[in-house]
Design a protein around this ligand. Structure first.
Ligand code: GDG
Length: 500
């Protein structure tokens, strides 16, 4: 059986994402080192790029001197065990950009406008023509670099298939359009796809963006556009029809644009399930108290519903004082986008809230909330996932949410714990055996915490085994194969390899 999508790859895959799968860092001797990232996306996609002799286009995590050449990228360290280790330096195309322009593009337009708007929080979005101009310029830059990558790919590769260019996420929604334009002039052939990792909002939110038509045109330059769930696909199709007047087919998820038919597909991302099981098996026990632990793990981001979650826990303690001394809330909050004001304000609010709740309920030997503001290692994280009684994944809005999936993968103990998930996360759509919790309704959320803590063992086991089975079957390799399949008729079977 073929266990990974890398089998029989005949087409080269060119991935275009804001960040490369590793960051470059200056070492003490003034040289350059590679520091690998280990996210699920990288785990699934990097082996396919490596096997198909493809390329990865992205920003290396630091501003390089203007005379920097990609030949200066170091090879991976021989001790590097991560999935990107096999990615040779000549398979990487760095996008180097003026720091001020990059700031307006990244913190301005991407994180200041698109992030809140696409999470249906328009009140938090800043609309600025300068930021938009920076976004256009940087997307053009990524497109130029992708053309370079395509030319390199044609020169180097022995693959017979037509290369697949796969653009990722809300940072690069215009990029495909420029790639198509630039490639036409050079008569380069390729398949073009886009995947959005965050939600695609309904039309009445999307239309608030002054340059919304350009975004749709950017995405429609692709042969296939992927989202996590069907609702986001339908929102996108709706926007194409209402903004641009495109002919659409909602049943088959097709949009006609520029004489082409664009496929729109739900491709729910998965996690490297087996890796998390292994981590959970090997991780040392950190939680040693008898108290039950309710766990939250998130980037410190206003979309993740952290404030509501802690307030719901406070209400739970108020309603169920018998749990005082018997339960702990462990919240791990990873610092994120710390130079954006909204995120600094959230940090303040969380610090105050944790202090207030702890001040209100603590005893001499117990406090209700343990709050880690920082990143923990993967093995430590797996130990928390494994030993927690309850995980609360309650974003106000979230494209998918991998934490919910990683938690169930690590639940190897019997009897297992309970997953609580928000219906406003993509994960809430597919993880049917989790307890649903609307984070806006604090009273109901407090009741769900009680229900999770008092759920009988047999019910917990039944729910968890079904959740785990699904995540095992639809892991990140399955996602990669589904993507290749969704590239569909434009890609010959040989190109994508056996997917069964
Ligand atoms: C975007 C979309 C979509 C967290 N804390 C630590 C840590 N993490 C890792 C988790 C998980 C990842 O970060 C977070 O992933 P999410 O999916 O929860 O959220 P976003 O970062 O917002 O991701 C989201 C995703 O893209 C994929 O398409 O699901 O909806 O917003 O993998 O494990 N890892 C370590 N220490 C920590 O403290 N090592």
């Amino acid at each position: 059986t073929v266990t990974s999508a890398e089998a029989n790859v005949k087409s080269s895959l060119i991935v275009v994402s804001n960040r490369l799968p590793f960051v470059l860092k200056q070492d003490d001797q003034g040289g350059m080192i590679r520091q690998a990232s280990a996210g699920g996306l990288v785990t699934a996609v990097a082996p396919v790029v490596i096997k198909g002799k493809g390329l990865w286009v992205g920003w290396p995590g630091l501003h390089l001197p203007s005379d920097f050449s990609d030949t200066q990228i170091p090879e991976s360290d021989p001790t590097d065990q991560t999935p990107t280790a096999g990615l040779k330096s000549d398979q990487v195309v760095t996008v180097n950009c003026d720091p001020d322009l990059f700031e307006m593009y990244y913190n301005g337009c991407c994180n200041g406008t698109h992030w809140p708007l696409f999470h249906s929080m328009p009140g938090r979005a800043i609309f600025s023509a300068d930021h938009w101009r920076a976004y256009v310029a940087v997307n053009k830059l990524f497109a130029e670099k992708t053309i370079e990558a395509l030319e390199r790919c044609y020169k180097n590769s022995t693959n017979k298939g037509i290369p697949i260019v796969w653009v990722h996420d809300y940072h690069l929604m215009l990029c495909a359009n420029y790639i198509r334009e630039m490639a036409e002039e050079k008569d380069l052939k390729f398949h073009l796809a886009f995947f959005l990792h965050i939600p695609f909002p309904p039309w009445d939110i999307f239309r608030l963006f002054p340059w919304s038509d350009e975004i749709l045109q950017g995405m429609l330059a692709c042969d296939m556009v992927g989202f996590h769930i069907r609702d986001y696909c339908l929102n996108f199709v709706d926007c194409c029809q209402r903004n641009l007047g495109c002919r659409v087919d909602r049943k088959n998820l097709l949009v006609e644009h520029g004489g082409r038919s664009v496929r729109v597909r739900p491709l729910p991302i998965g996690i490297p399930f087996d890796r998390f099981v292994e981590l959970a098996k090997g991780a040392k026990k950190i939680i040693k108290t008898k108290q039950k632990v309710i766990l939250g793990v998130d980037r410190l981001d206003y979309t993740k519903g952290l404030v509501n979650r802690l307030k719901a826990f406070e209400l739970f303690l108020e309603r169920h004082p018998e749990y005082i001394g018997l339960v702990n809330f462990l919240q791990i909050s990873v610092p994120s986008r710390t130079d954006v004001t909204e995120y600094q304000q959230l940090k303040e609010e969380m610090d105050q809230l944790v202090g207030r709740i702890n001040g209100r309920f603590s005893t001499a030997i117990w406090s209700p909330i343990r709050y880690i503001f920082g990143c923990v290692g993967q093995s430590e994280l797996a130990a928390y996932y494994r030993d927690a009684a309850v995980a609360m994944v309650t974003p106000l809005r979230d494209g998918m949410n991998l934490v919910a999936k990683e938690f169930v993968a690590c639940q190897i103990n019997e009897p297992p714990g309970v997953l609580i998930v928000s219906p406003f996360a993509g994960a809430g759509e597919t993880m049917h055996e989790a307890l649903l919790c609307n984070p806006y309704e604090l009273g109901a959320a407090a009741d769900v915490i009680y229900r999770a803590l008092t759920m009988p063992e047999d019910e917990r086991s039944l729910r968890m085994s079904r959740l785990r089975r699904r995540e095992m079957d639809t892991d990140v390799n399955h996602w990669m194969r589904s993507f290749m399949k969704a590239m569909g008729s434009g890609v010959e079977e040989d190109d994508i390899g056996s997917t069964q």
